[in-house]
Design a protein around this ligand. Sequence first.
Ligand SMILES: CC(C)(COP(=O)(O)OP(=O)(O)OC[C@H]1O[C@@H](n2cnc3c(N)ncnc32)[C@H](O)[C@@H]1OP(=O)(O)O)[C@@H](O)C(=O)NCCC(=O)NCCS
Length: 190
Amino acid sequence: MKQSPTQVTETNSLNQPIRNRKQRRCADSFVRTTELVLPNDTNTLNNLMGGRMMHLMDVVGAICAQRFSGRTVVTASVDSISFNNSIRLGDVVTLDAQVTRSFNSSMEIHIVAYAENIPAGTRTCTNEAFFTFVAVDQSGRPIDVPEAIPETADEVRLFDGALRRRQVRLLIAKRIKPEEAQELRDYLFD
Ligand SMILES: CC(C)(COP(=O)(O)OP(=O)(O)OC[C@H]1O[C@@H](n2cnc3c(N)ncnc32)[C@H](O)[C@@H]1OP(=O)(O)O)[C@@H](O)C(=O)NCCC(=O)NCCS
C-alpha cells in the first residue's frame, strides 16, 4: 500500500524549525533485492567482483532514496564499504537498503548484503556500507526531502549516528570546517 507523507509545521528531530517539511517513516524506504551470482559477475577465483557488489549497492540505494523522497536522486558519496566475506559463484545475494536519516536534500542509506548458499543451507552477512544520495529537480538542483522518522531501536541507533557520519564525510569533502562538526567533536573528545 502506498504511504502518503504527513504534513507538519513544527520542529524536526534536530529541534530546528521545519520549512513545512513532510515526514516519512524510515521503514517506508526499505528495499530488498536478490541476485544470483553468475559467471560474468566473478573474478578468476569464482568470487563476486567487488565492483559488481558496489554497483548492486548503488542501485538498491538509489531505489531506496527515490522511494523515500519521491524524487530523482544522485549518489553524492559512499562511505567505506566492508568486504567481510567473499561471495561465491552460484550464491544468492540479498541486499537490504533503508534510509537512516535525512537532512535537507540529502539522505543517508544503510545497505547490508548477505550471501546465501542454498544447497549448503548457509547465509552470511558479507558487506555493509552507508551511501549518501541527494534528491534533485529536473535541472539537477538539490531539493528538500521529507524528514525521516525512526521507530525501532535499531533505526534510532542508526539515526543517532547519522549526524556524526555526515560531519565526517563533509569534513573529508572540505564542505565544513572542523569547528562546525560539533556533534563529532563532542563524540570524540567528551
Ligand atoms: C551531489 C550534488 C547534487 C550536490 O550539489 P551541490 O551544488 O554541491 O549542492 P549543495 O552544496 O546544496 O549540497 C546538496 C547536498 O549534498 C550534500 N553533499 C554534497 N557533497 C557531499 C558529499 N561529498 N558527501 C555527502 N554529502 C554531500 C550536501 O551536504 C547537501 O546536503 P543537505 O542538502 O542535506 O544539507 C552535486 O555535487 C552533483 O550533482 N554531483 C554529481 C552526482 C553524480 O553524478 N553522481 C553519480 C551518478 S548518480
